[in-house]
Design a protein around this ligand. Sequence first.
Ligand SMILES: [Zn+2]
Length: 94
Amino acid sequence: MPVEKTYLGDSVYAAFDGWGVTLTTENGLPGDPSNTIVLEPEVVTAFLTFVEQLKRSMDMRRGRCTLCKAVVYYYPDTEACPECLCKTQFEIMG
Ligand SMILES: [Zn+2]
C-alpha cells in the first residue's frame, strides 16, 4: 500500500502504511520531520475512542427534569432522567 501523507494542519501530517498511523511535524526545514509518532493499530483505536468520548462529553447538556425537578447533566439522546429514571423531558439550563 503506498504511503500517502495527509496534511492535518498546524504542520502536522498523518500517513497510514497499511498497519499503523504515523504522525509527523514538518516545517520545510532541513531537519524534517521534526517530530515523528508511530501509532500502532491498538493506539489508533484507543485514540479514536478518546475522540468519540470527547465529542460525546462536549455534547452534554445541563437541564432540569420536568418530573422530579432535579438538575442533571444529560446527552441529547438521553431518554430517561438519571435521577428518577423516568422517561422525561428536560428544561435546558445551558
Ligand atoms: Zn427526574
